[in-house]
Design a binder for this molecule. Structure first.
Ligand code: SF4
Ligand code: SF4
Ligand code: SF4
Length: 313
């Protein structure tokens, strides 16, 4: 564990605790042998085409019926914002499921832009860390969330290697986790591309079957050797993600974590489990018990979203 950061240690520990608590559940058994859906959809994000127009942010805001932003979408002063003591660029939150950031890393003095949203991991750490099964990875590739079963433990926020799930702290009575859902309810499950993809004027975002997008990405690298660094981010990181990235500059220069392992977070957690202290293994169960007591048995869980077979597009 010499190179493990505190955050990664916590991520692994929480995923391990969830796995330990649910060793006999169908979910844990399924997650352990799950390697993603071979025919799932994805999005290829070509950062070399992005001009930082924020049209994708506006489209997401409208599609997901999010509140109007504090700074209008045509105001690019947001790129100068720094948070957490001046150390962090903008992140997604409960009212912004996608944000675009600017980096002074582009070629020939040009800025580079990077769009952030949930990457819809093949084997999502948010899902495996959630001990009440609030998350579902659909056949189509989306990782979606059911607020009706969430107990607000925020394991998923710690477990996510991309720091995506956001907690709606502003809602005093019913706080929930909020994040990009790949436009599942309104578009993906009907075979339609996400709103942000459709709105982008630069064709930065390409929607399609994940396995085909990998071929498209490597073909772009082959045909334009000077344009891209020779790596498809998300093809293998943490077990692969549905959203994958091409970049013209080293990924670490535009805010990507290039230290992530290839294996899914759960694989790490299983190896780690024997070292997890007992209190960590049982605390999710305790948490669940307290929640059930507080809610007198809890609300009826919403039926899991349909993952029915869809026609190829
Ligand atoms: S990016 Fe984070 S929130 Fe999205 S699927 Fe992966 S682990 Fe879950
Ligand atoms: S896929 Fe949908 S929810 Fe996700 S960032 Fe794009 S528009 Fe928003
Ligand atoms: S709409 Fe396209 S070009 Fe504009 S910021 Fe978003 S990804 Fe970049």
């Amino acid at each position: 564990m010499s190179k493990m950061t505190r955050r990664k240690f916590l991520s692994v520990s929480l995923a391990g605790a969830a796995a330990g608590t649910f060793t006999l559940s169908g979910k844990a058994i399924g997650a352990a042998g799950f390697t993603g859906y071979p025919d799932g959809m994805g999005v290829l994000v070509d950062l070399t085409r992005c001009i930082g127009c924020r049209t994708c942010e506006a489209a997401c805001n409208e599609e997901q019926k999010l509140p109007a932003p504090a700074v209008p979408f045509d105001d690019h002063s947001v790129f100068d914002e720094l948070h957490h003591g001046g150390t962090q660029k903008r992140r997604t939150d409960e009212n912004a499921f996608t944000v675009v950031n600017r980096y002074e890393a582009g070629k020939e003095g040009q800025p580079a832009y990077r769009k952030i949203q949930c990457n819809h991991c093949n084997e999502p750490a948010c899902l495996t860390s959630c001990f009440v099964n609030a998350y579902t990875k659909t056949k189509e590739g989306a990782v979606i969330y059911n607020s009706k079963v969430c107990v607000g433990c925020r394991n998923c926020m710690v477990a996510c290697p991309f720091r995506i799930p956001a907690y709606s702290y502003s809602s005093a009575f019913n706080p929930v986790i909020r994040k990009c859902i790949f436009c599942y309810d309104t578009r993906l499950k009907f075979g339609r591309p996400p709103a942000c993809v459709e709105a982008c004027p630069q064709e930065v975002l390409t929607f399609g079957h994940r396995k085909n997008l990998i071929k498209v990405a490597y073909e772009r690298i082959r045909v334009n050797p000077g344009r891209y660094v020779g790596h498809l981010y998300g093809e293998n990181e943490v077990g692969g993600t549905s959203w994958m990235y091409l970049s013209g500059v080293p990924f670490e220069e535009v805010g990507f974590d290039t230290t992530l392992q290839k294996e899914p977070i759960l694989a790490n957690a299983q190896a780690f489990l024997s070292n997890v202290p007992m209190v960590l293994s049982i605390w999710p169960a305790l948490f669940l018990g307290f929640h059930r007591l507080a809610t007198r048995g809890g609300e009826g869980a919403e039926e899991k979203p349909a993952t029915e077979k869809r026609e190829d597009i």
